[in-house]
Design a protein around this ligand. Sequence first.
Ligand SMILES: [Zn+2]
Length: 235
Amino acid sequence: MPVAEALAAAERTPSQQDLDTVSRQLGRPARDIVEIGARCVCGNPLVATTAPRLSSGIPFPTTYYLTHPVITAAVSRLEAAGEMVTMNERLETDEELQAAQLRAHEHYLAVRDAIGERSGVGPVPEIDGVSAGAMPARVKCLHVMVGHSLAAGPGVNALGDEALAKITQWWTADVCACAGAWDTEAPVPEQDRSRHVRTQAGDPEAKRRERAAKRAAREAAEAEAGSATDTQTEA
Ligand SMILES: [Zn+2]
C-alpha cells in the first residue's frame, strides 16, 4: 500500500538551489538531506527530509525537519504557550486521539522505511518501531508533528494538523511567506556535499564496509550509554 506523501517524487528531489535555500534558512550547512518533504506555494522548501541513517553511519529517526523560519518560529510560539501540555493531557484520556497518534506513528515508520529504501540506505534495525517526537504516547516536539503533517498532507498527523490550524495568523499553506524570512543574498553556509551527491559518487562496497565498522562501534557505545533522539534534532 502506498504511503501518503504531499509531494510527488519529482517534486521531492532536491536541486542544488533547494539545498542552498535550506542552508540559508537554517543558517548552517544542510547535511544528509535526501529529499524535500514539503514546499511553499512558491516552491521553496518548508521541510527537509533526512534519510534514516546519516552518511556518518548514525541511525537517524527524525525524518522531517522544519526549515522555513516563519513556520519554525510560529510552532515555537505554540510550544511556549503550553500547547503540548494540553495535548499530552488529552492524550492520556482521549481514546480517539490515542488511536490517531498510533496511526500517525505507524505512517511515520512506513514512510521512513520507504525513504530509506529509495535513498539507498536500506533498513535501519537500530530504530525499528521508534518514530519521533515521542509518538505515539506523548508529544515532545511540535515541530516534528508539523513537519510530518506538511510532508504527509492533511489527515495523517492529527496533532500536527491541529498545530497548523493554530498558526494561521503567521502561516498558511496557500500564502507564500518567504519574502524577508531569511537572507537570500548571504553566502550559502559552507556546503557539505549531501548524501544524495555522495552516495552517487562513492564506491558502494567501500561505503558498506565503512558503515558496518561504524555500526559495530556505535552499538558498543550505545550498549553503554543508551540513546534518545526525539526532539527536532539537528542532522
Ligand atoms: Zn514562498
